[in-house]
Design a protein around this ligand. Structure first.
Ligand code: SIN
Length: 352
């Protein structure tokens, strides 16, 4: 009788491990942020320490993930994402590519602060060479808060990364039950959990009732379709952003050039307009070999192409189209790892 019970227990435990072996394998790469934030009281939702908790603590807080995937965690850095660096971006891209080249890895989740999440997601969207899902997730309330959004966001992100239907859609941004494409998502609110929006183009999909629903395909070229290869790159070219405003001048443009900028993004007013005093500085920068791209500080819309006899065309300024300034900066950094040819760089701004 005892033997029968033991055999039954063994069979059950083997069945359990066989089931786990059938689950997708998801690697979580952790970088810090509010999703790993800790405060001294459970009602504190500002002024907390972002990136305080280790990835294993976040995994242990959501045991339900184990029902959907075999999850492993790896701490890349523990920072607040306003301190993100090119070095960390390169490390993340290389680690993603290493992991995704392993047939045993089915997808990646990256936990990240929301402040610069869109830049990391877009960088990975251009540098990860795989069709497997890569999902970037964060939270707006620290892990210690009542109604913390991190645990559910993390569970949703793991399930999304494990979903075959999430493949070949580029890097995904998943928070607050919404799925966005890395190209489109931007942080729009300082504190609200519904902060990520894709103004003109809309969501890629929803997460509802524990299911992923996709509304549309990803629009721009991404991941395995891009020409960017950072596998042998240890440093990215310096690209600065200058933000247009009334009474602007070229002091910051000159400072960027002096600091060694290889590119400058103009966060112009309206349809990429530039104050005449700043324009002179940018035109001088182009003459010195700096690539200048016009984008807009408005937060939505397209910077429309200019005619051949337009002053901006004549000055050699390129057009950032629908990318916001911070994403235009990421693309220009990567473009400059390939070429200095303005025509080629302009092509990249239409494709990515
Ligand atoms: C951060 O970006 O690391 C802090 C803010 C956040 O994650 O919401």
């Amino acid at each position: 009788m005892k033997k029968t019970l033991l055999a039954a227990a063994l069979a059950l435990s083997m069945a359990g491990s066989a089931f786990a072996a059938d689950l997708p394998n998801i690697s979580i790469l952790a970088t810090g942020g509010t999703i790993a934030g800790a405060a001294s009281s459970n009602t504190q939702v500002t002024g907390y320490k972002a990136g305080a908790l280790a990835i294993q603590t976040l995994i242990d807080a959501v045991p339900a993930m184990k029902d959907y995937a075999n999850v492993t965690g790896e701490q890349i850095v523990k920072i607040s994402s306003n301190n993100m660096t090119d070095e960390v971006l390169l490390k993340l891209a290389k680690r993603c590519n290493e992991l995704l080249a392993d047939p045993k890895v089915d997808g990646i989740v990256i936990t990240h602060g929301t402040d610069t999440l869109e830049e990391t997601a877009y960088f990975l969207n251009l540098t990860v060479k795989s069709k497997k899902p890569v999902v970037v997730v964060g939270a707006m309330r620290p892990a210690t808060a009542i109604s913390a959004d991190g645990p559910m966001n993390l569970l949703n992100a793991v399930k999304l990364a494990a979903d075959p239907n999430a493949q070949d859609r580029g890097v995904l941004v998943a928070l607050n039950d919404q799925i966005n494409a890395a190209h489109d998502a931007t942080k729009t609110n300082t504190t609200n959990v519904a902060t990520f929006q894709a103004h003109d183009i809309g969501l890629l999909g929803y997460i509802a009732g524990g299911q992923n629903y996709f509304f549309r395909d990803t629009t721009f070229k991404h991941t395995h379709e891009t020409e960017f290869d950072v596998s042998k790159i240890d440093k990215l070219p310096r690209v600065d952003i200058v933000y247009s405003h009334a009474s602007d001048d070229s002091v910051l443009v000159d400072a960027a050039v002096k600091a060694g900028a290889k590119g400058i993004i103009s966060a112009g007013s309206g349809n990429g307009s530039i104050h005449q005093d700043t324009e002179k500085g940018l035109a001088e920068a182009v003459k010195k070999g700096v690539v200048v791209v016009r984008s807009s500080r408005t937060g939505s819309g397209i910077v429309t192409p200019t005619d051949p006899d337009n002053q901006y065309t004549k000055a050699g300024f390129l057009n950032g189209y629908s990318l916001n300034p911070q994403k235009a900066r990421i693309l220009l950094q990567l473009a400059l790892t390939k070429t200095q040819d303005p025509k080629e760089i302009q092509r990249m701004f239409t494709e990515y």
